[in-house]
Design a protein around this ligand. Structure first.
Ligand SMILES: C[S@@+](CC[C@H](N)C(=O)[O-])C[C@H]1O[C@@H](n2cnc3c(N)ncnc32)[C@H](O)[C@@H]1O
Length: 259
């Protein structure tokens, strides 16, 4: 059974700096098999200690404290093996919020890539079908879906621009270099009231996609947005945006099938 080990972060006051500094980083480890001892750079954790209940503190052989947790979906999701660039959480969040998909929704997605978006969607909706043109990505995708424990997701190896066999779907997501080539098939697959979302890093792609959507009177363009996430540093002395942050990821264009 997998487990998460989290070391508690520790801060101490350093008089020379006149402030508290982190003396122990809150390191986190993923234990794939808790029936065996697990080694960290701060000593081993005994298998018998990993049976402790969630939130319990256990000691490593070097006397360091670790908190034990059972992994949830997000812990498993963060272990995905990423081959092509994957969509990131801030953008997944916006897709979920703007389309309102839920446990009854049917979703079609392309290209699967590493399965980050399609896997997250499958965790929340009824059924996902995801298309991936690259045969050499399929094995990794299946491994990633297995890791996330998903059973309601079907991978189709093929080109989505050649056709979508699913009908009456609530959402089509396109994260591929030429999303405009899949607009016609997406419109046929969507139910009235369903959403089409395209995710593209370049404005030139967005323009081509929007131009293609505009040709179909059954589709209405809602908006194109870029979502900026800005982490902040907050402690006793500081309260300011972090020096490091997430830069540009992609533009999201939201479209609805209205007739
Ligand atoms: C940026 S990745 C997608 C990442 C994915 N959304 C994720 O979160 O892991 C783009 C993928 O689209 C695939 N692709 C490109 N054109 C395609 C097409 N016509 N049909 C299906 N997949 C396609 C590529 O092979 C690549 O794996």
């Amino acid at each position: 059974m997998p487990k998460i080990l989290i070391q508690r972060e520790k801060k101490e006051f350093v008089p020379e700096l006149d402030r508290k500094v982190t003396v122990t980083k809150g390191r986190q480890y993923f234990v794939a098999d808790s029936s065996r001892d697990f080694s960290t750079s701060l000593g081993n954790i005994k298998a018998k200690d990993m049976n402790a209940k969630d939130g319990a503190t256990v000691k490593s052989t070097q006397g360091k404290d670790f908190v034990i947790l059972s992994p949830t979906f997000i812990d498993l999701y963060k272990r995905l093996r990423k081959l092509p660039q994957s969509i990131i959480l801030k953008d997944i969040g916006l897709i979920l919020a703007e389309t309102g998909v839920d446990k009854d929704s049917l979703v079609v997605d392309a290209g699967t890539g590493s399965g980050a978006l399609s896997g997250f969607l499958a965790h929340l909706v009824k059924q996902v079908t995801t298309y991936e043109i690259r045969e050499d990505f399929i094995e990794n995708i299946k491994e990633n879906f297995k890791l996330m424990g998903l059973k309601n997701i079907k991978v189709k190896q093929g080109d989505i621009t050649k056709g979508i066999s699913e009908k009456n779907v609530d959402l089509v997501t396109l994260d591929m270099p030429e999303p405009w080539e899949a607009v016609e098939n997406s419109a046929k697959a969507l139910k009235i009231g369903g959403f089409l979302v395209s995710y593209s890093p370049h404005t030139t792609q967005v323009q081509k996609f929007v131009k293609e959507v505009a040709k179909d009177p059954s589709l209405q363009i809602l908006k194109t947005v870029e979502l900026i996430e800005r982490p902040w540093v907050i402690d006793e002395q500081r309260s300011r945006p972090d020096n490091a942050g997430i830069g540009h990821t992609a533009f999201l264009t939201f479209v609805r099938k209205i007739s």
